[in-house]
Design a protein around this ligand. Structure first.
Ligand code: 4AD
Ligand code: MG
Length: 476
């Protein structure tokens, strides 16, 4: 007999001898083990015949212990479960000390569980979140595979700053105390490992563009790094980004792709991860009960996900959005931390959330932003002051996608780079794309953790990635 899984046993209809390995969640009345093995949010009840079990073994059945059980799968006598296992043999594979085991069978705060991130997936909430995360990343690959995209692995170590925001982690093997210096006293990076200054990538976009301009439709899905000092519930220093890039596609096509893609991956999870979603739906409802009326979610988690997949995203130009914000109540009553006075202002997350949550009450795609608040590579519009950028804003999250049509005209791109002091020598290969067979092309970046937050209803980004990296924190 090969060990089964809890997920399979809970659905099994043939009552027979079974074998299972897992961890004890609780052990009640010296008789009932709630056993979990990670295959489902649900536990299987294993009933121990304590009169015929060694006292020493009974003592070792504690919360957190790993056990190996054989027994008979039977219809449950008690309420709360359809089936249970009548234990024949139980072997303790690994003891757990009930005095010191951090994951007690009670409610823990998320802060406490973050400090015990190596064990937090032994709780219902975190196991559900991480199973959904896994399912969602599968859905990402499935979508692109079914739609003719090639998966491209863009480099992690690069010499360029795609976003031009200067928020990079340096990669260096130079002696930190005594680095080699040039005659002018700067660090001599010709002696560094790669013979130049390098950093961890902030985006795979520039390299993805090179492949889109030969393979047509590509995407990357990998880790990206940002050394921005934002300690918010939506920023990580290391996060995963999904970046499709498509030749001959304009901004409207880019919006269509992003919307179709997001609806498709959300639907995949709605169809395939019902039990975990239902658990998280209930968790959110319970949490809402402790909040004031104003802070409560208007829709349940599952209702919110369905709402997004069943309704069109609202497409609004930056200029229209500024008008709405300027005339909005919180702006007039000075409720925004950053007042919106003029066209050209960068939108803060308070403004994005106002548009999505209060004004439109649905996902919003903002497009045609002022050129000077966006990255160098975006296609300049005919008005000479806006670029073909788009950001997708989601309720409860704010910006979840950032993308654009790319500047395909060599001279315009060169002028832009010169204005921003980006040396042509650094991006000669990027400019080559505009010299040889240039064409309209577009793409976007979706912050994977922000999508997982949206799917799970978790409100802190640190709780949707196994081991969050944030300023002053790289434990585990
Ligand atoms: O808007 P961003 O900076 O766009 C780019 O990097 C483009 N090169 C993407 C492209 O066009 N291929 O980042 C894209 C998304 C954001 O909308 C957000 O969801 C997420 O990445 N993101 C972060 N997620 C977590 N922590 C951070 N510090 C993030 N910074 C960006
Ligand atoms: Mg952005």
């Amino acid at each position: 007999m090969t060990p089964s899984t809890v997920a399979r046993l809970l659905k099994q209809t043939t009552f027979q001898e079974v074998e299972i390995k897992g961890w004890v969640r609780t052990f009640r009345a010296n008789r009932f083990i709630a056993l979990n093995d990670g295959s489902t949010i649900n536990n299987i009840q294993c009933v121990v015949d304590f009169e015929n079990t060694d006292e020493a073994v009974l003592k070792r059945i504690t919360t957190g212990a790993a056990v190996h059980i054989t027994g008979n799968l039977v219809e449950s006598q008690g309420k709360g479960q359809r089936v249970e296992i009548e234990v024949n043999t139980i072997e303790i594979l690994g003891d757990s000390d009930p005095e010191t085991y951090p994951i007690q069978p009670k409610k823990h705060t998320f802060e406490f569980l973050r400090e015990n991130a190596h064990l937090r997936t032994r709780t219902n909430t975190f196991s559900a979140v991480m199973r959904l995360r896994s399912s969602l990343s599968f859905a990402v690959h499935k979508y692109f595979n079914e739609n003719g995209f090639y998966y491209m692995h863009t480099p992690i170590i690069t010499g360029s700053d795609a976003e031009g925001a200067g928020e990079m982690f340096r990669v260096s093997t130079l002696d930190q105390k005594n680095p080699p210096l040039t005659e002018s006293g700067d660090i001599d990076h010709t002696q560094n490992f790669f013979g130049k200054d390098t950093n961890l990538t902030v985006s795979g976009q520039l390299e993805a563009e090179t492949y889109a301009m030969s393979l047509g439709k590509v995407y990357t899905f990998g880790p990206t790094f940002r050394a921005e000092n934002s300690n918010t519930s939506r920023h990580l220093s290391e996060f995963w980004m999904i970046e499709p890039e498509v030749a001959f596609m304009d901004l409207a096509g880019n919006m269509d792709l992003a919307e179709d893609f997001m609806k498709s991956v959300i639907n995949h999870v709605l169809e395939n991860n019902r039990e975990d979603l239902e658990f998280l739906d209930k968790r959110q409802a319970d949490e809402d009960k402790t909040k004031s009326q104003a802070e409560r979610n208007e829709l349940s988690l599952i209702e919110k996900l369905k709402f997004v997949t069943e309704n069109n995203f609202k497409r609004v130009s930056y200029t229209e959005a500024i008008d709405i914000l300027r005339n909005s109540k919180p702006n007039k009553k000075k409720k925004f931390k950053y007042r919106i006075d003029e066209w050209g202002a960068d939108l803060q997350s308070e403004h994005e959330r106002f548009l999505v949550e209060k004004h439109f009450k649905c996902p919003v795609i903002l497009f045609d932003y002022p050129a000077n608040i966006k990255a160098f590579y975006m296609r300049l519009n005919e008005d000479g002051k806006t670029v073909r950028a788009m950001d997708i804003l989601f309720p409860g999250i704010g910006e979840i996608v950032g993308g654009s049509q790319r500047e395909e005209r060599l001279e315009v791109l060169k002028e832009k780079m010169a204005a921003l002091n980006i040396p042509e020598e650094e991006l000669w290969w990027y400019l080559d794309l505009r010299k040889y067979g240039t064409a309209v092309h577009s793409g976007f970046g979706l912050g994977f953790e922000r999508l997982v937050m949206f799917m799970t209803g978790m409100s802190n980004i640190r709780d949707v990635i196994p081991y969050p990296r944030t300023p002053q924190n790289a434990e585990f």
